[in-house]
Design a protein around this ligand. Structure first.
Ligand SMILES: [Fe+2]
Ligand SMILES: [Fe+2]
Length: 211
């Protein structure tokens, strides 16, 4: 469902978000899930390329910690790998409703990417089901809710972020930081070293911690 133009102007215009207390997630924590540009079926410079995967990855790790602190069980490693792979098998930048299924299948053929201590089955589940609407998902786990919200927090780039669709209260708190990260990284998405550059911007903004 498209919601273009639904984003509140006060969010778009706000660059101040330092009053929000973010959990400590370090650059190296995020770096361990760095996607390889060769994984992408389409050029990794597109709107679903490395730049998008980097921002979604950052939000999965921050959301995972926020949700964990609120008492929910969450697997940050499963989320990290799912964020790194989830859009790699897109055939185009449109709806492409089967790209989650293809990502799951691709991952099943590239199992060695996922470390042995991480649940491959759960990473595949997240990739497979990150596309369909929530009511069509057979097992809407907290991990999947977090991945979908992290994915949604990068919809600033397509002017299509509707806050009322976010599933977790934690994601609601990340609207302004996610807007700041998008605006500060939009111009580097097709550049060399896009992944490390985006992590560097997140560090400079105070979204990621040193280390
Ligand atoms: Fe996707
Ligand atoms: Fe995505």
């Amino acid at each position: 469902m498209s919601n273009r133009g639904q984003t509140s102007p006060h969010l778009v215009n706000s660059s101040h978000w330092r009053d929000i207390s973010l959990p400590r997630v370090t650059v190296s924590q995020v770096m361990q899930y760095e996607p390889d540009p060769r994984w992408f079926a389409q050029p990794a410079s597109g709107i679903h390329g490395l730049g998008h995967e980097a921002r979604v990855l950052i939000w999965t790790q921050i959301l995972a910690e926020m949700v964990r602190q609120e008492g929910s069980s969450i697997d940050a490693a499963v989320l990290g790998w799912a964020a790194a792979v989830h859009d790699t098998q897109r055939s185009d930048d449109g709806d492409d409703p089967d790209h989650g299924r293809r990502a799951a299948s691709w991952l099943d053929d590239h199992r060695s990417i996922i470390p042995p201590n991480v649940s491959l089955e759960q990473v595949i589940h997240l990739c497979r089901w990150h596309v369909p609407p929530d009511h069509l998902v057979p097992d809407m786990t907290m991990d999947l809710r977090v991945l979908k919200d992290a994915d949604a927090l990068d919809r600033w780039r397509i002017s299509d972020l509707n806050p009322s669709f976010l599933r977790t209260a934690s994601a609601q708190k990340l609207l302004r930081p996610s807007y700041a990260l998008w605006t500060e990284t939009a111009s580097v998405c097709s550049s060399e070293q896009v992944f490390t550059r985006i992590l560097g911007v997140a560090q400079r903004l105070g979204i990621l911690a040193d280390g």
